[in-house]
Design a protein around this ligand. Structure first.
Ligand code: TLP
Length: 347
């Protein structure tokens, strides 16, 4: 038995994806000649309600290409202090683009306060960098997969437009947000000038992300992608799995959310841990081990690993669990039993 709850990035491609990959028609994508990539980009743009899209190797590159395309050196971007782009993308925007990050406190529901955004916008004064961009994350990873709804996104979009700023959404899991809200994904994407989403997370494809926006923006981002070394050749092999992902996965994400709720509920009933989000909004659960557990996250990880259950500590006593395609109801039950044994609650 192997139940891998470390992330939805661990998802293996489905047999249908592997078949599509083997049979993909390919060409040189730097010449714009890969028919499978061209199809995936057109599909992604259509699904997100944007006019154009760009296939990139990773979510990190999608966000980086977006920031570097929107901002020049010395420009400032406003983003949450718990955002993936700020915490986990190796400071790429600063290192490679000279873009100055201005962080705001991230509320537990993943939002940035509207007034705080407005207050952070720099006046026109030679002392200051030029504020150019606001970045949001939906679903919000460090906020337990919290979901930003369409009215909030529209408010941030309107503020950005009124102030002459651009809005980028890191929508690595935007299809999870759409499923959780039962809102069309294009409605969540509408307020953004650009939105990135990942094929390689909850959508189960092995590799790749898409950056979506206007034709002018995507034309510029294509050049940025080349600068970053992300211009791929016969990568239609990868895009083929992405097409299957877009066709087959968004409709089933509510199942992962239901299982996340069941797992959170089952864990809440066990002693030795505090579930931070007992009613997960999407596919993630965060919990903390209490002193009563008598073990830390690394020890819990090791105990569970010996039972084939893999977890990802995100602190000495804090753990994240992520549900995905390869974990079914039986997997949830087996996980709860393994936790009970690991926390020594069983006779
Ligand atoms: N997140 C990974 C880790 O880096 C933490 C994970 O396991 O969740 N945006 C968001 C919101 C993400 O969660 C991630 C990956 C990315 C961007 C970056 O995507 P990749 O890993 O494809 O560069």
């Amino acid at each position: 038995m192997r139940i891998d709850l470390r992330s939805d990035t661990v998802t293996q491609p489905t047999p249908e994806m592997r078949r599509a990959m083997a049979e993909a028609e390919v060409g040189d994508d730097v010449f714009g000649e890969d028919p499978t990539i061209n199809r995936l980009e057109a599909m992604a743009a259509e699904r997100l309600g944007k006019e154009a899209a760009l296939f990139v190797p990773s979510g990190t590159m999608a966000n980086l290409a977006a920031v570097l395309t929107h901002c020049g050196r010395g420009d400032e971007m406003i983003l949450g202090d718990l955002s993936h782009t700020f915490l986990y993308e190796a400071g790429g925007a600063a290192a490679l683009g000279g873009v100055h990050p201005r962080t705001l406190p991230t509320a537990p529901d993943g939002r940035l306060d509207l007034q705080a955004i407005e207050d952070a916008i720099r006046p026109d004064d030679v002392h200051f960098p030029t504020t150019r961009l606001v970045c949001l994350e939906n679903t919000h990873n460090r906020c337990g997969g919290a979901v930003l709804d369409a009215p909030y996104l529209r408010q941030v979009g309107e503020l950005a437009r009124r102030k002459g700023l651009r809005l980028h959404i890191d929508g690595a899991r935007i299809f999870n947000a759409a499923a959780a809200l039962d809102t069309p994904v294009r409605e969540l994407a509408a307020p953004a000038d650009s939105i990135a989403f990942c094929l390689s997370k909850a959508l189960c494809a092995p590799v790749g992300s898409l950056l979506c926006g206007s034709p002018e923006f995507i034309r510029a981002a294509r050049r940025t992608r080349k600068q970053l070394g992300g211009g791929m050749r016969q990568a239609g092999i990868l895009a083929a799995a992405g097409i299957v992902a877009l066709e087959t996965m968004p409709g089933r994400l509510a199942q992962d959310h239901r299982r996340a709720r069941a797992l959170a509920q089952g864990l809440t009933a066990q002693s030795g841990l505090d579930v931070e989000n007992p009613e997960p909004a999407s596919n993630m659960i965060y919990f903390r081990l209490t002193p009563a557990a008598g073990l830390d996250a690394a020890e819990l990880r090791d105990r569970l690993k010996s039972e084939g259950v893999l977890i990802h500590p995100v602190g000495s006593h804090r753990v994240r669990l992520v549900l995905h395609y390869w974990i079914d109801d039986t997997g949830v039950e087996a996980t709860l039993s393994a936790f009970a044994r690991a926390l020594r609650q069983e006779a």
